[in-house]
Design a protein around this ligand. Structure first.
Ligand code: NOJ
Length: 574
């Protein structure tokens, strides 16, 4: 016997849960408040030049497919000149395109074509660190200790009698010490430099005004080329606590016993806000509302919301949401606290379920035994996700997310229901996490596998030559874009329908209220305008209230007024 959701519809408690902020009056101007932004991971999107690595011409060629998805913008992960030690997040020249991706002319062609489709292009700004091959770091190595060239980075003398110990105990995100000792130009063992990531990624010294000048120049370089804004890498790390004190918590700054995350000396320091404000002024001096989106892992949400005050960033990814477990109570708590926290500063919440750093949500939701650290990847020796369970839940969760007011980021391939490659041979792994931890943490290659475009072509049409920098699983033909385009029940067509409807019904601009509490804790039900979105995260079927079925996460979902587990629907309330 299905339990019932048909509670009396009025009055909705919490109809003003999300008060309409004054700034929303201008909502049509503020495109980013409700935008859908599609993340492109260039090396895995489409390879037009046949070397097995995706490129800018490949992205241009793929734009019509994204226009069909009706996205507002694309965010391109780094395509700048780089030795590719961390897949481009080790930038050697911020104002040049790496030859593996193409040329600046290719970028101009891409933005022009995107504009024809009404799609903005957002680029990735990596201000915390550069590549050790960057001219500034090479100059620092060649200069003496204490010189202006060294002051661009965080060099310190080592501890111990001969300076043989790192200056503090900080650990790299990717494993091992966050310090590397250099050999001075005269051949003697010398100072140490800080790198919160790989040793090939030295951290800039943001206490030095010359670093500010350098990045203002970079911002203007891309703004002058018409970009729609920047996703800002590790935005919470730029300023370090003075004195660089030891830290007993985790390397990523997250809380551990005795070490609350808000005290991490390498993250979330107050001086950051002045940097964001100065960048915001620069962006605001350009036409067309260019945006800043912070990648910041900051707890709690109230503190994260400080990043998006009216004169700072426009958006910040909601990683608490990305990590939500398959649990309705917990999901409701995260949604509610997010909307409250961000509304307090007049900012939208920016929802996201997948990106290039975490196990894809199809695979996460398919893990019945749980998975502690999604950034560490899944390998052949791990329990394997249940693909079909994961896909059903991922489709349901995406539909629920698209009903929420605010902005949304999608990660390339999620519209195809791609899982992670969980049986990737270790020989193929490129993520520095794998190599710096001697394979203990597998890293993120599994979620970065090249996209399948055509079922029957070599490398599923990803590359014109059939080459692919990471091998694709052998059973992806059914997931290829061309197959899914022809199948009305496909994940691709679900995304298209949901995104079209989301825009038509202006759900991104809406407000949220909970459908009256129900005794079935496994159900999440929210009202946005006259749409009721319901997701069944419990174990049994649920009776839906009367209403017009607008869309279901599964072709049969909500038919006959019943919602089965692991599905979601949008209903127009009767
Ligand atoms: C966050 C990026 O998303 C990730 O891919 C990268 O490895 C680190 N920042 C370092 O830039």
């Amino acid at each position: 016997m299905p339990s019932s959701l048909a509670a009396p519809p009025a009055p909705l408690p919490g109809a003003s849960l999300v008060p309409v902020h004054d700034a929303w009056a201008e909502r049509d101007r503020h495109w980013w408040r409700s935008s859908v932004i599609y993340q492109i991971y260039p090396r895995s999107f489409r390879d037009l030049r046949g070397d097995g690595i995706g490129d800018l011409p490949g992205i241009t060629a793929g734009l019509p497919a994204l226009a069909e998805l009706d996205v507002d913008a694309v965010w391109l992960s780094p395509f700048f000149k780089s030795p590719q030690k961390d897949a481009g997040y080790d930038v050697a020249d911020y104002c040049a395109v790496d030859p593996i991706f193409g040329t600046l002319e290719d970028f101009n062609a891409l933005t022009a074509e995107a504009a024809r489709h009404g799609i903005r292009v957002i680029v990735d700004l990596v201000p915390n660190h550069c590549s050790d091959q960057h001219a500034l770091f090479q100059a620092a190595l060649a200069a003496p200790a204490g010189s202006p060239a060294r002051e661009m980075f965080i060099f310190r003398d080592g501890r111990g009698e001969h300076g043989e110990l790192p200056p503090n105990n900080w650990q790299s995100h990717f494993g091992g010490s966050a310090w590397t000792r250099i050999t001075e130009p005269d051949g003697t063992p010398g100072q140490w430099y800080l790198h919160l990531f790989d040793s090939s990624q030295p951290d800039f010294n943001w206490d030095n005004p010359a670093v500010h000048d350098e990045f203002e120049r970079i911002l203007r370089f891309w703004l002058d080329r018409g970009v729609g804004g920047f996703r800002v890498d590790v935005a919470h790390a730029l300023i370090k606590k003075s004195g660089l004190p030891d830290w007993g918590g985790r390397a990523d700054g997250s809380s551990s016993e005795g070490f609350p995350g808000h005290e991490a000396p390498m993250f979330g320091q107050d001086g950051i806000h002045d940097i964001f404000r100065s960048w915001r002024q620069i962006l605001d001096s350009y036409d067309g509302e260019r945006v800043l989106c912070a990648e910041a892992t900051i707890d709690p949400l109230d503190r994260l919301a400080q990043w998006v005050r009216p004169d700072e960033m426009h958006q910040t990814f909601n990683f608490a949401y990305l990590h939500h477990p398959w649990n309705a109570w917990e999901l409701r708590r995260i949604i509610e606290s997010s909307l409250r926290a961000f509304d307090r500063v007049g900012a939208p919440t920016t929802w996201v379920l997948s990106n290039h750093d975490v196990v894809r949500h199809v695979s996460r939701f398919g893990m019945t035994s749980g998975h502690a650290r999604p950034g560490d990847g899944l390998g052949p020796a791990d329990p394997q996700p249940d693909y079909w369970l994961g896909l059903a839940r991922a489709r349901a969760a995406t539909l629920l997310m698209l009903a929420l007011p605010g902005g949304v980021y999608l990660y390339q391939g999620e519209e195809l229901g791609l899982p992670d490659h969980t049986t990737l041979d270790h020989d193929h792994r490129q993520d520095p996490t794998f190599h710096r931890t001697a394979g203990e943490r597998l890293g993120r290659d599994g979620c970065r596998v090249p996209l399948p475009w055509t079922a029957d072509a070599p490398a599923y049409g990803f590359s014109s030559s059939g080459a692919s920098w990471l091998p694709q699983p052998g059973d992806w033909a059914g997931l290829a874009r061309d197959r899914q385009a022809a199948d009305p029940g496909s994940t691709l067509n679900l995304y298209k329908a949901a995104l079209r409807l989301r825009r038509k019904l202006a759900l991104g601009h809406g407000t949220l209220a909970w459908w009256p509490e129900h005794d079935d804790a496994g159900v999440i039900a929210l009202v946005n305008g006259d749409v009721l979105a319901v997701m069944n995260m419990g174990g049994g079927p649920v009776q839906l209230p009367a209403g017009e079925l607008l869309l279901g996460s599964h072709p049969e979902a909500g038919r006959d007024g019943v919602l089965h587990p692991d599905t979601s629907v949008w209903l127009r309330l009767a």
